[in-house]
Design a binder for this molecule. Sequence first.
Ligand SMILES: [Fe+2]
Length: 258
Amino acid sequence: MFTVDLHSHILPWMDDGADDLDVSLSLLHKEAADGVRQIVLSSHFHPLDENVAEFRIRRNSSFRQLKKAIENSDLAGKFDLRPAAEIRYNPSLLEIEDLGTLCIDGTKVLLIEFSTQHFPEFVQDVFYRLQTKGYIPVMAHVERFPWLRDNPEFLYNMVCGGAYAQVNADSIVKSKESLSFIRRMMDCGLIHCIGTDTHNMTKRPPHMKEAEKVLASNPGSDVVDYMDEIGRTLLAGRIPNAIIPSKPKKSFWDFFRK
Ligand SMILES: [Fe+2]
């Protein structure tokens, strides 16, 4: 069972996620029904738009109010909630002195998202340097980038370099093309953990249980347990014992791509 949601926009008023506390609580009710118990609250942070101190002030206020609302509801005591950030990749991350405060609370994990349009310049060097400072980089929803899907060897190189890869539950549930890519990458040991990336109850509700059913439908597959174990290990502040990756083979369709 998936018990860890490594990526969500449940904190209210922070970004394009939950608009208010009612939405946050609705999202949490669905997470509880799905069996999720640990949730990373990864509001968007763009290093070129805001400084870390301002972000933290906004996040503390939002988290305080969410905790209070939970305590006054039937969700009290149900979750281990971890403030964090979904950090937009930029080489300038290396210059941020208080970058550590953007880690998933209680860990050294940085959840980092790339641009959908552009290849992340210098990323291997930047991730290497982050790791020399003790950070553990997790790449957010790796299945969502067209440039990455066209070049899965990039994912292989990043994972060999010590990064972890997160996928979205929605991509597993809603898109056959994404699911096919995710399965190919899973077979190569290039996918490690899952998040809902939930924003609201209308267009982007949490689909953890639905994703679990899709993945568990493969007879003999232990991928759900594997990914959940990695999520729990990361949140416990330890380095997960991941499968040794293998290089992805080109798919039939890759031969028709440029
Ligand atoms: Fe996100």
